[in-house]
Design a protein around this ligand. Sequence first.
Ligand SMILES: Cc1cc2nc3c(=O)[nH]c(=O)nc-3n(C[C@H](O)[C@H](O)[C@H](O)COP(=O)(O)OP(=O)(O)OC[C@H]3O[C@@H](n4cnc5c(N)ncnc54)[C@H](O)[C@@H]3O)c2cc1C
Length: 381
Amino acid sequence: MDLLFDDNLRQFRHTIARWVDERLAPHADALDRADMFPRELFEELGGLGFFGVLFPEEYGGSGMDRGYLAYTLMCEELSRGHMGFASIVCMHASTASHTIASWGTDDLRRRYLIPAIRGEKIGAFAITEPNAGSDAAALRTRASRCAGGWSLSGTKMFTSNGTIADFVTVAATTDPSLGLKGVKLFLVDTKSEGFSVGRKLEKFAIHAADTAELVLKDVFVSDERLLGGADGSFLNAYRTLTVDRIFTAALAIGNGRAAYDAALRYAKERTQFGKPIGSFQAIQFRLVDMLAKLEQARLYTYYAAMLADSGAPITTEAALAKVIAAENCNDVCQKALSIFGGYGLMNEYPAQRFLRDSFFPLVGGGTPDIMRVIAARQLGL
Ligand SMILES: Cc1cc2nc3c(=O)[nH]c(=O)nc-3n(C[C@H](O)[C@H](O)[C@H](O)COP(=O)(O)OP(=O)(O)OC[C@H]3O[C@@H](n4cnc5c(N)ncnc54)[C@H](O)[C@@H]3O)c2cc1C
């Protein structure tokens, strides 16, 4: 797999992998149990410059040449350490920050993007609502014109980083009769009057990743915070959201790799009938099938990221990468759990965490059904 990368990327991957092995992976079970956002680790990673992979040097980013591939590798490595933590980073350093870098004014970039890249401010991105998930065009959060700007009211659901965010990119409709064409993106400071966290949501997967319901009640947003200005539209964010599918695929792969590594080690250590269970062909075949699914997911996801770096259209490839990686890695994690036998169900072993977390990429950023809908549309169906 290393053949695909140049020296820069190999070095980059090595550096983030070392940080994961030394700083993140040893705390993974504790993070899962505590279900608390690890602010110190987040700030440490930001301080090391990893949140700037996708952004120009002018704003403190690293302006890497093959930024999408580098970021994909980073998501994979972080998720190998802990998917909950990796998903916080992914939402912050790609989706949320990307909207400001792409459509924010220079002033907004200085006030939000630069501290976000340093890890001093945390971002979130809120589209989903209680009654609008797969069907984003059905969202009801309303942006109404008022003196000097806009007034936002509505409820957002399942917002990652919702209770810890300093800023949230909010999708709101200026005219529900226009469907997605009426939806625009607004940068909301979470200190704004009328903004509140409805509740922190408890969930069975990706513990330590904060997920919340957000409430906006007549939140005033100045014209400057309409991302992209008067012509700004949710549809501008299409490429950001499309590339994000590749990053979510990478989250699935990192977690799948961790499950595979743990199962392989266990198969060599655990003895039954006087032999290591790895000497039984049933276990060997399961491990080889897991490896095949992982390698297929990695190769296709790296290909999609390389395509994104080349500037080519990626609608189909990003959707396929997410389907392949999310479904393959969910299967890898189920097989890993079975290799652990009864211990797989015990909280003191990580197999159950890998399986729980493997359900997140099957939902976050759109379900496999919706990825298939997107890919089918590209086939002219
Ligand atoms: C942990 C977590 C974090 C998240 N973070 C964020 C975030 O930061 N920001 C954000 O905006 N959202 C976030 N989401 C929301 C996520 O994107 C949605 O949950 C997802 O898009 C699915 O929407 P839904 O849950 O309303 O399911 P629904 O849309 O109600 O879907 C229910 C079922 O119906 C199927 N379905 C729906 N429509 C179709 C169709 N046309 N064809 C075939 N099948 C269909 C779906 O595949 C699914 O199986 C997060 C979700 C989770 C669980």
